[in-house]
Design a protein around this ligand. Structure first.
Ligand code: M6R
Length: 600
């Protein structure tokens, strides 16, 4: 979703800002812009489309040591150059970029800005015009900024330039992520450390309702009430090479291929010196204290949660409910007496999940976040965190984070079960090792999946994924993967559910991707395949070794039945990838989507 960068120092800021924005491209955007400031004032360059389009219009001759930049994912107003950030006040004195959504922007417009001609359809422009209004009424800039912030309802991360003070960037944050990066003779602002890793790995986290005055030599953090805050920086543990594609044509393919490595890393990170799986004792106690677990997540993370429920219920014997975060607020179930909330989020920034976390904390309940991003909002605000150790996931379509989430959930279930004295009939470390090897076999079979994608998906309008039990949950994830990057209308169904309505959509040649990795339901799912074949469907059966028949399109290696989602998803990821390629889609940056969904 939207991204912010800012630089103030001794160097020309243009290239630093543009490179920073390129690093944020993965978050999803539809327009971009930068504003640079020198003794001659502020110059704004903005363009609909890609950063490459923006580069074409930036005036190379302008040299400026201070600047801010933005990638916009449209919420208020269509994607266009006018609606792109930065936005300027009418006199041109103030220039601002903003992430988030100002919920009361219409009210503010009516109450304060009746006589002001607005240029864009955005909620953001209201902020910059309000600052100018208060300055015109006699406030100095910082005061006007504070006054404006106290009026805003909703989420924001803001970087502001004042043309009459080219030695400062004014920054503020509420609910949307924002960091200040520290350098020797410069400082930077970024919504994600990845953006500015090119110049520093030292960052200070900003908390909600803080305002920061950033100059090239100093960073002054305050609350909105003016209380000074001192906070130590942390080192962003990101390797610049982790965020490069290397020889891969797409991040998605690279990230699919990284899954065996991630599995092994997770085993290693969660093993103690004796080779036993271990997690923080406080988390184990919280699991044991709970009479019911509520998993809250969105998208792919929600699908991982569905698999996690199986682990926690079957292995640790604690009842689990899984909820979509954007729905939870309106449909809060009757909570048990001692609930534990588990938030699953690759980014740790998903606004829908964060809204539930805030609610849950207000109710006084404990929360654990399972995330890939240390220091992310969901991690900071929960009582406990378990990390995925998957390395940065750049492609919008989540792949390695999904399998990492499932692996970490299996470890959580196993360690909890052991602490409760429950006997396990398998050794999870060994089984995850077998999974990692099986993942390698599947990643090496790319040509087979390219053939399957060509045969089943190159011209179809729609596709259905079916499975029973845990395969059904993997089917949901397969359908999400396919639709988000190839734009084929894809849906996942429980095998037995098709005949209750959806079978009406089956026509000659409709692809049905069926998963058959569970012995207990193997015959039933094959029965469901027969039902759709009888109506003209084109079946692609992916089964597991030991359960295969001659009609199957691909047979995955055998792993522990409970852990099959870790490997059965890989064919679905690769089939989706090749289907998107065949259809010439932008695999890593699918239309309308953002990597981090930071608005509700
Ligand atoms: O960062 P999160 O895991 O909280 O993100 C949740 C979803 O937005 C995300 O999984 C989304 O569904 C992916 N694009 C799917 O590939």
């Amino acid at each position: 979703m939207c991204g912010i960068v800012g630089y103030i120092g001794n160097l020309d800021s243009k290239e630093i800002l543009l490179k920073g924005l390129e690093k944020l491209e993965y978050r999803g955007y539809d327009s971009a812009g930068i504003a640079v400031m020198n003794d001659n004032g502020v110059q704004v360059f903005k363009e609909k489309g890609r950063i490459a389009d923006l580069r074409n219009i930036v005036d190379e001759d302008v040299v400026a040591n201070t600047g801010i930049g933005h990638t916009r994912w449209a919420t208020h107003g269509v994607p266009s150059t006018v609606n792109a950030h930065p936005h300027q006040s009418n006199s041109g004195r103030f220039t601002l970029v903003h992430n988030g959504v100002i919920e009361n922007y219409d009210i503010l417009k009516r109450e304060y800005l009746q006589g002001v001609a607005l240029k864009s359809d955005t909620d953001t422009e209201i902020i910059v015009q309000l600052i100018e209004l208060f300055v015109n009424e006699g406030s100095y800039t910082e005061e006007a900024f504070r006054k404006t912030l106290t009026l805003l309802k909703g989420s924001y991360a803001i970087a502001l330039l004042d043309a009459e003070n080219n030695e400062t960037i004014f920054v503020a944050k509420n609910k949307s992520p924002l960091l200040v990066g520290l350098g020797e003779t410069f400082n930077v602002v970024a919504s994600d450390a990845m953006a500015m890793l090119q110049v520093t790995d030292q960052y200070v986290e900003l908390m909600d309702k803080e305002i920061v005055i950033v100059t090239k030599d100093a960073v002054k953090i305050q609350t909105l009430n003016g209380e000074e805050i001192s906070r130590d920086p942390y080192t962003a543990e990101l390797d610049a090479s982790d965020i490069e594609k290397g020889t891969y044509p797409h991040y998605m393919l690279k990230e699919i291929d990284e899954q065996p490595l991630v599995m092994r890393k997770i085993i290693q990170k969660y093993q103690d010196d004796n080779g036993e799986l271990t997690i923080d004792q406080e988390i184990v106690e919280a699991m044991n204290d709970a009479d019911r677990i509520y998993i809250i997540a969105a998208g792919t993370s929600y699908h991982a949660g569905l698999v996690g429920k199986q682990f926690i219920e079957k292995i640790a014997k604690i009842p689990v409910e899984v909820h979509i975060s954007s729905e939870f607020g309106y449909n809060i179930p009757l909570l048990s007496e001692k609930p534990l909330f588990i938030f699953i989020s690759q980014s740790g920034e998903t606004a829908d999940s964060r809204a539930v976390l805030v609610n849950v904390k207000e109710m006084g309940h404990k929360a654990l976040t399972i995330t890939n991003v240390p220091g992310s909002t969901l991690s900071r605000e929960a009582d406990y965190t378990l990390l995925l150790h998957a390395g940065p996931e750049i492609a919008v379509a989540s792949t390695k984070a999904y399998t990492a989430q499932i692996a970490v959930l299996s470890i959580l279930a196993e360690v909890t079960a052991k602490s409760r004295g429950l006997e396990l009939n398998f050794n999870l470390v060994q089984e995850l090792g077998i999974v990692a090897n099986a993942m390698e076999v599947l990643c090496d079979a790319k040509e087979d999946f390219e053939d399957i994608a060509r045969k089943f998906l190159s011209t179809t309008r729609n596709a259905f994924f079916i499975g029973r039990g845990i395969d059904y949950y993997v089917g949901l994830e397969g359908a999400l993967k396919l639709k988000e990057i190839s734009y084929i209308q894809a849906e996942g169904f429980a095998g037995g559910e098709l005949k209750h309505g959806t079978i009406a959509l089956i026509e000659n040649g409709t692809p049905i991707i069926a998963l058959a990795t569970q012995e207990s339901v193997n015959l039933s799912i094959r029965g469901n395949v027969k039902e759709v074949v009888a109506r003209g469907a084109n079946p692609c059966i992916i089964s597991m070794k030991g359960l295969e028949t001659e009609e199957d399109s691909f047979i995955i290696p055998e792993v522990n039945e409970l852990l099959t989602p870790l490997i059965s998803v890989i064919p679905l990821q690769l089939i989706s990838y090749f289907a998107a390629l065949h259809r010439e889609c932008d695999v890593d940056k699918p239309r309308n989507l953002a990597k981090s969904v930071t608005v509700e």
